[in-house]
Ligand binder design. Structure first.
Ligand code: NAD
Length: 719
C-alpha cells in the first residue's frame, strides 16, 4: 500500500502492517525523513477501504531507538514559535495513528526508547518480545517526552508508574513493563508477529474493548484529586532532593503530567508542548545533548579504527597493587582471561581477594549470578613468573610509579612477549616517549592510564608516544571498549590531558587560599557549582604528596605558567605530614562515626598551618570570584590542549574531564562546553579581571579571536 525508504505498509486479509526498516546495519529512529514517511503511510492507511486493523512493527532487531538526537538537537536552536510548530506537526502524526478507525497493536522487540516508545503508546495495545527494553531517556537529555509520552503514559499505566519511568529516564525489561501496565503481553521473540496479530483478532472479536482502551488514553486522567496532587508533589520533592534543582527536566515533566491530568488529550498535549519547548531551549538540555553527541563521536572513532586492532584473547597485568588488581578484576569480569604478575606474593593474594570481594558485590547488586563467580575468579590467574607471557596478546604494566623501576620492568616484559604484542603502561605521570627509549619496539608501546577505582571510573586516557603506531592505538582503544571503558587518545605531554587541565584549577585554588580564602568556603562554593568534591577535599582524597609530585612534573613541563614562586598551603600541610585522607588528615581530619561511616571535619591544625604559611589576612570572597579564579585557568588550559592537538576534538577533551574528574554535566559536562555556554567573550573578560594572578589567566590568541567573532570551541570544530 505504501513503500517508502524507511516505512512501508503491506496488507494481508484486511490487516495492515506498518513496518519500520531503516536498512541493514542501521537503526529505526525519528529523523525528518522517517517522520515524513510515517505521515504519508498513515494518510494511506486512513484512506484505505476494508481495513480491519493495523500492526506496527520493525523489520530490524530493535523496534525503534527514538529521535535522531543529532538532527533534533539542531532543532532545539530554532526560535520558540518554530520549534513549537514543529512539535505540534509531529504530534499530529502520532494523533492520527491513535485516532484511526481500526484497532492498532505495536509489536515491540529489542529497544523501544523515547519517540519509539511513544510511537508504541499511540497504538491501542503493545505486545513485547521477551528481549524488549522500554523507556523514556528524554529527561536524561534535559527534555521531556515530546511525542505525547507525558500524556499517554500516565493515562495508560497510572500516574505513579509514569512519573517513575519518565523522571528516572531508565529503560526496563519486558516483564517489568508488563507489570507496570506499559505492555499488554510478553511473548518469545519468534512468536511476536503472530502474537500481535492474535491480539488484533481478539480486539476485533470483542475479547478486548479497544475503543474503551483508546478512550482511556485520550480522555482525562481519572485521579482522586487529593491523592493525585499529593503524588505529583511528593515525586517533585524526591526528584529535587536528588538533583538539587540542577536538572529541571524531570521536575517539568512531572509538572506537565500534573497540569494535564484533568484535561483530555489535545489540551494536555498543549501543556506537554510548552514544557518541551521551554526545556529544549534551556542550557541544561544543550549541555546534555552535547554529552550524548560526544559519546557517539568517541564510539564512532573507536569503531572506525577497530579494523586495525589485534585480537586480545589473553591479557597480562604486571603489578598487582591498587591499579593492577583493579585492571585484573575488570578484565576478568568482562570475560577476558588475565594473568596478573607481581614480585610480591602478598600483593597477588590481596589482588585476588579484592577481586573476590568485587565479584561478591556484583552478585549482591544482581549484576551476575553466584554461579558466575568461580569462572570469573578463575579468569584472573596470579603468577610470580613470566613463564606464560609468550601466549599473551596484550600486557599492561602497573608497577610502582618510579621511572627506573618502570624502565626495568618494561624491558623485562618486552623480552618475554611474542614479537608484535602491544605493551601498555598505566603510568600516571611519566612520559611515554621517555619510557619508550629503552624498548626494542616503541611502535608497540603506549600509555593506558586507568583511574582509581578501576571498576567504577569510566575513563582510560590512552597516551600515544611519537613512535606509537596506529594499530597499537586501535588495539588498546578497542580493548578499553571491551573492558567497558571510554578511551580518549591524547599525545604524550606532561600531565597528559586530565592532570594537565586539573592542575591549573588547583593552582587557582592555592593562590586563593594564599590570598586569605577559607578552604571550607571554597569547597562549598565549588560543590554548589556542581563538582562532586571541592578542591581541598579532592586534594585530600588524591593525597597531598601525590598532588605535589604531579605538580612538580607540570611545573617542569610548563614553567612559563605552572612554576610557582612561593610555598603554598599544600607545602605547609605536606611538611607537617598531613598527606590527606590516607594519613588521617589533610585540610580535613578524617574519623569514623559510631556506625563506621567516614566523617570529615575541617582541621584546626590545617587552619593553623595555612595561617602561618600565608602573608594575607583571612577574608571572604564572593562565589563568583571563587568560581572564576578556579575555572578560568582550567578553561584556558583545556583550550591549549585543543590548540596543541594533544586531543583531536573538544568532544574528547570534555569527555575526559566529565569522566575523569566528574565535571558537572549540567554546566556543560566539560570545560570547553562550559566556556561556550558562558560565551568566550565573558570568559576572556573574566580572565582579564584576574590577569594580575599570572599567565594561567591569559587567554590564548585563538580564544580571543573566537571571542571577537562570537564563536565557540564546538561550533568552530564542527564547521
Ligand atoms: P601500588 O603500590 O599499589 O602497586 C604497585 C605494585 O607493583 C606492587 O604490588 C608492587 O609489588 C608491584 N611491583 C613493583 N615492582 C615490580 C616488578 N618488578 N614486577 C612486578 N610487580 C612489581 O601502586 P598503584 O597505585 O597500583 O600504581 C601502579 C601504577 O598505576 C603507577 O604507575 C601509578 O602511577 C599508576 N596509577 C595509580 C593510580 C592510583 O590512584 N593509585 C591511578 C592511576 C594510575
Amino acid at each position: 500500500m505504501y513503500e517508502g525508504e524507511r516505512v512501508s505498509v503491506g496488507v494481508d486479509n484486511g490487516v495492515a502492517t506498518l513496518c519500520f526498516d531503516a536498512g541493514a546495519g542501521a537503526v529505526n529512529k525519528f529523523d525528518a525523513q522517517t517522520l515524513a514517511e510515517l505521515e504519508a503511510a498513515i494518510d494511506v492507511l486512513r484512506a484505505a477501504e476494508g481495513l480491519s486493523g493495523i500492526v506496527v512493527s520493525s523489520a530490524l532487531d530493535d523496534f525503534f531507538v527514538g529521535a535522531d538526537i543529532n538532527e533534533f538537537g539542531a532543532k532545539f536552536r530554532l526560535a520558540s514559535a518554530e520549534l513549537r510548530a514543529w512539535i505540534v506537526d509531529a504530534n499530529a502524526v502520532f494523533n492520527a495513528l491513535e485516532d484511526i478507525d481500526v484497532p492498532t497493536v505495536a509489536a515491540v522487540r529489542g529497544v523501544a526508547l523515547g519517540g519509539g516508545l511513544e510511537l508504541a503508546l499511540a497504538c491501542d495495545y503493545r505486545v513485547a518480545a521477551d528481549n524488549a527494553q522500554l523507556g523514556f531517556p528524554e529527561t536524561g537529555l534535559g527534555i521531556l517526552p515530546g511525542f505525547g509520552g507525558s500524556v499517554r503514559a500516565p493515562r495508560l499505566m497510572g500516574a505513579d508508574n509514569a512519573i517513575e519511568w519518565i523522571a528516572d529516564g531508565r529503560s526496563r525489561g519486558a516483564a517489568t513493563a508488563h507489570d507496570a501496565g506499559m505492555v499488554d503481553a510478553v511473548v518469545a521473540n519468534e512468536s511476536l508477529a503472530e502474537a500481535a496479530k492474535d491480539m488484533l483478532a481478539r480486539a476485533l472479536d470483542g475479547d478486548f474493548d479497544w475503543r474503551a482502551r483508546r478512550a482511556k488514553k485520550t480522555g482525562a486522567l481519572r485521579l482522586n484529586a487529593v491523592d493525585g496532587a499529593l503524588s505529583f508533589e511528593a515525586a517533585k520533592g524526591q526528584v529535587f532532593g536528588k538533583t538539587q534543582g540542577n536538572y529541571p527536566a524531570p521536575i517539568k515533566a512531572i509538572e506537565a503530567m500534573a497540569a494535564g491530568a484533568e484535561l483530555a488529550r489535545d489540551e494536555a498535549l498543549e501543556i506537554e508542548h510548552d514544557g518541551f519547548v521551554a526545556l529544549a531551549q534551556s542550557p541544561v538540555a544543550d549541555a546534555l545533548v552535547q554529552l550524548f553527541i560526544n559519546d557517539q563521536f568517541i564510539k564512532r572513532k573507536v569503531k572506525a579504527g577497530s579494523g586495525q586492532a589485534a585480537a586480545v584473547d589473553r591479557l597480562a597485568v604486571i603489578g598487582a597493587g591498587i591499579m593492577g588488581g583493579g585492571i585484573g578484576y575488570q578484565a576478568a569480569s568482562k570475560q577476558l582471561p588475565t594473568l596478573i604478575k607481581d614480585v610480591d606474593e602478598s600483593a597477588l593474594d590481596s589482588a585476588v581477594s579484592e577481586a573476590a570481594r568485587l565479584f561478591a558485590k556484583a552478585v549482591e547488586r544482581g549484576k551476575i549470578g553466584q554461579a558466575d563467580v568461580p569462572a570469573g575468579l578463575a579468569r584472573l590467574r596470579p603468577t610470580l613468573s613470566y613463564s606464560e607471557f609468550a601466549g599473551v596478546d596484550l600486557a599492561i604494566e602497573a608497577v610502582t610509579e618510579h621511572p627506573k623501576v618502570k624502565t626495568n620492568v618494561l624491558a623485562e616484559v618486552e623480552a618475554e612477549l611474542t614479537d608484535g604484542t602491544v605493551l601498555a603502561s598505566n603510568t600516571s605521570s611519566i612520559s611515554i616517549d621517555a619510557l619508550a627509549e629503552s624498548l626494542e619496539n616503541p611502535e608497540k608501546f603506549i600509555g593506558m592510564h586507568f583511574f582509581n577505582p578501576v571498576h567504577r571510573m569510566p575513563l582510560v586516557e590512552v597516551i600515544r608516544g611519537h613512535a606509537t603506531s596506529d594499530a597499537t592505538v586501535a588495539t588498546v582503544t578497542t580493548l578499553a571498549r571491551r573492558l567497558g571503558k571510554t578511551p580518549i587518545v591524547v599525545s604524550d605531554c606532561p600531565g597528559f590531558l586530565v592532570n594537565r587541565v586539573l592542575f591549573p584549577y588547583f593552582f587557582g585554588f592555592m593562590a586563593l587560599i594564599d590570598d586569605g580564602a577559607d578552604f571550607v568556603s571554597v569547597d562549598r562554593v565549588m560543590e554548589e557549582f556542581g563538582w562532586p568534591m571541592g578542591p581541598a577535599y579532592l586534594s585530600d582524597v588524591v593525597g597531598l604528596d601525590t598532588s605535589q609530585h604531579v605538580e612538580s612534573i607540570l611545573a617542569a613541563g610548563y614553567p612559563d605558567r605552572m612554576q610557582r614562586e612561593r610555598q603554598t598551603s599544600m607545602d605547609a600541610l605536606v611538611g607537617a605530614e598531613r598527606l590527606g585522607q590516607k594519613s588521617g588528615g589533610g585540610y580535613y581530619d578524617y574519623t569514623t562515626d559510631k556506625k563506621g561511616r567516614p566523617q570529615k571535619t575541617p582541621s584546626a591544625a590545617a587552619y593553623e598551618l595555612i595561617a602561618d604559611s600565608r602573608e594575607s589576612e583571612a577574608r571572604t570572597f564572593d562565589a563568583a570570584e571563587i568560581i572564576d579564579r578556579l575555572m578560568i585557568p582550567m578553561v584556558i588550559e583545556a583550550a591549549r590542549v585543543l590548540e596543541a592537538g594533544v586531543a583531536d576534538s573538544p568532544h574528547e577533551i570534555d569527555t575526559a574531564l566529565l569522566m575523569g574528574l566528574g565535571f558537572p554535566a549540567f554546566r556543560g559536562g566539560g570545560a570547553l562546553k562550559y566556556a561556550d555556554q558562558r560565551g568566550l567573550g565573558d570568559i576572556c573578560a573574566a580572565a582579564d579581571r584576574y590577569s594580575h594572578l599570572g599567565p594561567l589567566y591569559e587567554p590564548t590568541a585563538q580564544m580571543r579571536e573566537l571571542a571577537a567573532r562570537g564563536d565557540g570551541f564546538f561550533a568552530a570544530a564542527t564547521r
